[in-house]
Design a protein around this ligand. Structure first.
Ligand code: G3I
Length: 740
């Protein structure tokens, strides 16, 4: 049984024991038990002084948390008062109490630039001596707690926010190799310990998250024994950790576990109900994010009571960052964490496979229901650069779960993004096995040349095929969204293509299948030839409005309200590259010297794309770029104000090279200053045309014979790779992949 299946059983037992009403109040079952029931651990940092001197603190710590991290007791400054002295008292007390209490322990931390004793930083050691001191420290500490401290934050905060190696004592004295060395020494000292790299500020996409990913990949490639990545998550009430699931999943693609290691959410003090509510929401999102990622093993809060937290001393005007108040009463944040751990959303998918795992043969089920799929097949390009998809070859490929996912005799829905490479084979996108037939087939049907959602009349050899068939024919190599809905009460099958109803079939009675769910094939074969991404399954019939929602083709959608929030499923961060760019209350404000960069390319610029933005131009006089996506020498496109013509323009250079031709479409009239205007640039790869729309009106005929080339650089908002900075306001920047 998988961890999360065991978990469901445990939860059922807990619920049976205490009754639903008690659980609904979310205070009678501890976070420790609730988290365990969901297959993760819930932990807290612990202060040695409070544990020793504050009985109610110790009681709550013992009952509510399944794992503890010594907050300071294992830091060099505490553990090593002198070169030849280890002071184990505080660390031993914490570990002994945890073991007595059946709690796990996360050791923290073996190497860090901070909290180092003066004898070390002021000492005159040769490099060799210092390496010896470090090795001795690591191995003495790890050996002492072997068997009792299962997890170690081996190296802590080794990167700067721009992704460069963090300057500090160890880097300066030992060079970058110290990181790999410390992991190797720790592993030697306790081969069973699970070794983590721990970092802050990598909870959103950006240079630090990218650099952390690159570092972990490089350590893995060198064979360094690293088993996990900890994201600290010191957040505020206005943090929006909506990129966390994607970031955590990205690391698990490197075959490491992930954990949230130091969660706290500070708010302005004195607290207000609104502050507490915003804090509760952030705790809720982080908890949900960990649950959504198969290899997220634990969430640890950095202190559990406002009575003892590092925040007040470090951030004047802020505080109340934890789950319990000064009197150890639970706060709204506690209840929201308990709530997420308790409830499964009845509307949520029962299986959800993004299929974007960068490596490996397991497609994680991010629904939290543990239906990971084993994959036989390769990786294909996904819908946006750097996001992969399942690649079906039409002959040997598939992904399948170990157990059924859908109750196919009740209402159910299954959906997927597909990009078909060939119509030469009947291509099944999703199915669930019966004994001799699949219970349903969401597929391309070669004999009719259409998308189909089919339920055979019985699980036998002689059957009637009941099919909702699309009116539209598939277009090869274009990402298409398919949804099949079976509505049991009306006995109707419905097929949606790109979110639009495209075929129905009445008089269908589906039957129960009890075998695995498959992606990319049916029970009898019928493998898909093409890419499949983001497969989801629900035990209910999704209404049309929800189908439209899940077929959204947006790949980036930045709104600017004091921050840049990408509300697309790809959740990209942005950075501002100078003081000439600020986030206004309603827009990105640019003075002609700054711009914003989105992390990662958003568009496959050699395929069809559309970008739109609302702009308010304050000054002409130079090229004013609204949006571009960088190549090496040129950008793949420029949506801009063109000073030579005094027009809006969308420009596609013919190649990523100097001396390339410029293919451009101009607006019919000059832009008005200080006026909100909506611009859209549309590249149609099939027709090889480029068009510009101003306030919804196309500007002349689309330009023919335009060929765009693939770029993998960043999206820039307000400048291009070479300059051309915008002066004015920009808002509602959207990039999407058109259906037609
Ligand atoms: O215990 C002494 C006390 O005797 C003395 O009177 C007092 C005077 O300053 O200092 C007390 O020690 C302080 C200790 O916290 C316990 O309160 C240290 O000065 C202070 O530097 C230390 O701060 C800790 C900080 O790391 C630096 O080590 C915080 O408790 C701890 O929460 C914080 O934790 C870090 C993680 O290790 C890594 N990630 C970030 C996180 C927050 O900064």
């Amino acid at each position: 049984m998988r961890m999360r299946e065991v978990a469901v059983t445990v939860l059922a037992a807990i619920l049976a024991g205490v009754g639903w009403a008690d659980v609904a109040s979310a205070e009678t079952v501890s976070l420790r038990e609730l988290a365990q029931s969901r297959g993760i651990a819930f932990g807290s940092a612990v202060s040695a002084a409070s544990l020793a001197g504050d009985a109610s603190y110790a009681r709550t710590l013992g009952s509510e948390f399944g794992v503890v991290t010594p907050e300071d007791a294992m830091k060099w400054a505490v553990l090593r008062p002198a070169r030849d002295t280890f002071r184990w008292g505080d660390a031993d007390a914490i570990v002994d109490a945890a073991v007595a209490n059946g709690q796990g322990v996360r050791g923290h931390t073996l190497v860090w630039h901070s909290s180092l004793p003066a004898w070390l930083t002021g000492g005159s050691f040769t490099t060799t001596e210092l390496r010896d001191v470090l090795k001795e420290h690591v191995q003495t500490t790890v050996r002492r707690y072997a068997g009792r401290v299962k997890f170690w934050d081996v190296a802590n905060e080794v990167l700067n926010n721009d992704g460069s190696p963090r300057a500090g004592f160890w880097l300066e004295r030992l060079g970058e190799e110290y990181i790999a060395d410390v992991f190797r020494w720790a592993h030697e000292a306790d081969p069973a310990a699970v070794l983590y790299l721990n970092e802050y500020g990598a909870e959103t996409h950006g240079p630090k998250a990218d650099a952390l990913y690159a570092l972990v990949r490089s350590l893995k490639e060198q064979g360094v024994p690293i088993h996990g990545v900890g994201l600290q998550a010191h957040l505020t009430g206005s943090s929006r950790p909506d990129q966390l699931p994607a970031l955590l999943r990205r690391f698990t693609g490197l075959d490491v576990d992930v954990a949230v290691t130091e969660l706290d959410v500070r708010i302005p003090v004195p607290v207000t109900p609104a502050g507490l509510a915003s804090q509760a929401e952030v705790y809720r999102q982080v908890t949900a994010a960990c649950l959504a990622v198969a290899r997220c093993v634990s969430i640890t809060v950095w202190g559990f009571t406002d009575r003892r937290s590092w925040i007040g001393a470090t951030y004047p005007g802020w505080g109340a960052a934890t789950l319990f108040d000064d009197d150890l009463a639970t706060k709204p944040a506690y209840r929201s964490v308990a709530d997420v751990l308790t409830r499964t959303d009845p509307n949520a998918p029962v299986g959800h496979w993004p299929l974007d795992d960068p490596a490996g043969t397991v497609a994680a089920d991010v629904s939290g229901n543990g239906h990971d799929a084993t994959v036989r097949g390769a990786k294909a390009d996904g819908r946006v650069p750097h996001v992969t998809a399942f690649a079906g070859d039409g002959a040997t490929t598939e992904a399948s779960t170990g157990a059924p996912v859908l109750n196919t005799d009740g209402s159910f829905t299954v959906s997927a993004w597909v990009s078909m490479y060939s119509t030469g084979v009947p291509g099944v996108v999703a199915s669930q096995d019966g004994e001799t037939r699949s219970a349903f087939y969401l597929m391309y049907q070669k004999s009719t040349g259409r998308w189909e959602f089919t339920v055979p009349s019985a699980d036998g050899t002689e059957v009637t095929w009941l099919t909702a068939r699309s009116a539209s024919a598939p277009v090869l190599k274009r990402w298409t969204h398919l949804t099949g809905v079976y509505e049991a009460p009306t006995r109707q099958l419905r097929l949606y293509v790109d979110g639009v109803p495209d075929g129905t079939r009445d008089g269908v009675t589906a039957w129960r299948s009890t075998k695995p769910f498959r992606i990319g094939r049916s029970l009898s074969g019928g493998r898909f030839d093409g890419a499949i991404s983001d497969v989801r399954a629900w035990n209910r019939a999704l209404p049309a409005g929800e189908v439209t929602g899940i077929s959204d083709r947006t790949v980036a959608a930045w709104g600017f309200d004091n921050a840049a929030i990408d509300s697309s499923p790809f959740g990209r961060g942005t950075s501002l590259n100078s003081s000439g760019a600020t986030y206004d209350s309603n827009a990105l404000k640019l003075d002609g010297t700054g711009c914003a960069e989105g992390y990662g390319p958003a568009l496959r610029t050699d395929r069809s794309w559309t970008i739109t933005a609302r702009v308010n131009l304050a000054a002409k006089g130079a090229a004013r770029t609204v949006i571009s996506q960088s190549g090496t020498v040129r950008d793949a496109f420029y949506l801009q104000y063109h000073q030579s013509y005094d027009r809006w323009a969308v420009i596609v250079p013919s190649a990523d090279a100097t001396g390339s031709d410029w293919q451009q479409v101009l607006s019919t009239a000059p832009p008005a200053l200080n006026t909100w205007t909506t611009l859209s640039a549309v590249y149609d790869a099939q027709a090889a045309t480029l068009a510009l729309h101003v306030d919804g009106v196309r500007q002349g005929d689309p330009l023919p014979a335009v060929k765009s080339w693939p770029s993998t650089g960043r999206i820039h908002i307000g400048c291009s790779g070479t300059g051309g900075r915008f002066n004015g306001l920009i808002d509602d920047v959207k990039a999407y992949v058109p259906a037609a």
